[in-house]
Design a protein around this ligand. Sequence first.
Ligand code: OMP
Length: 261
Amino acid sequence: SSKNNSLLCVGLDTELEKIPKFLLQEKDPIFAFNQAIIDSTLDLVCAYKPNLAFYEAYGIKGLEALKITCEYIPKDIPIILDAKRGDIGNTSKMYAKAIFEEFKADGVTLSPYLGEDSLSPFLEYEDKCGFILCLTSNAGAKDFQLLNFEGKPLYKIVAEKVLSWNKKGNCGLVVGATYPEQLKEIREIAPDLPILIPGVGAQKGDVELTVKYGTDKNGELAIINSSRGILYASSEKDFAQASREEAKKLRELFNLYRKKG
Ligand code: OMP
């Protein structure tokens, strides 16, 4: 966040049905949209987070758009590729290769439930960050993540495990902005881990509590994502400017609630 003094991560979850109609005439409408969004927000963000689903959904063309989007993002702005990966080691190795070598992402989202050996192929990339799902923003988080095991909720067990997996210092957590009280507990368990926090904006997570509870003691290490709330601020000619205004508002709001380090 140091360069742009920002905790804001813009999620590049691009849907052809939602982008301005006039862009559909472009040769690569997905990239044209992303390019405009990146151009208009790059001085306001700490990271971009494309979610792979939105690109896979459009087949080869979508993946090509993702690849050139990743190439287009300036090198000093980290890319977190949201893919929620995790499989047996041999398979994870190939997932990691795709994400870090093909798309050249700086970070990835990972699911913890296959255990340490499923994530080590990602964490072996020392310069890359693995953001491990701890407590997701959706209502279904209650089905497993909020359950108690021997008196302790699963999300706390995950947070503690990730601390023990963090041998190379390249682990982070994912915690939804829709669970601020739990975010506070998780930050206490992991005072020094970066936390990716989606769920402000379209999912209506509380901004003030997210910043207060999600940041570390210096007001850092929270990467707060909004996708739809920024991307689709307007569907008119001025869409990129409208996205910039939204991003600017959020960044300023985050900074208002931030502890000064
Ligand atoms: P908006 O709701 O449009 O801001 O998008 C949220 C983004 O964050 C989507 O790409 C989700 O897949 C992702 N996300 C969550 O919404 N909740 C989570 O708990 C975790 C993620 C994520 O891993 O980023």
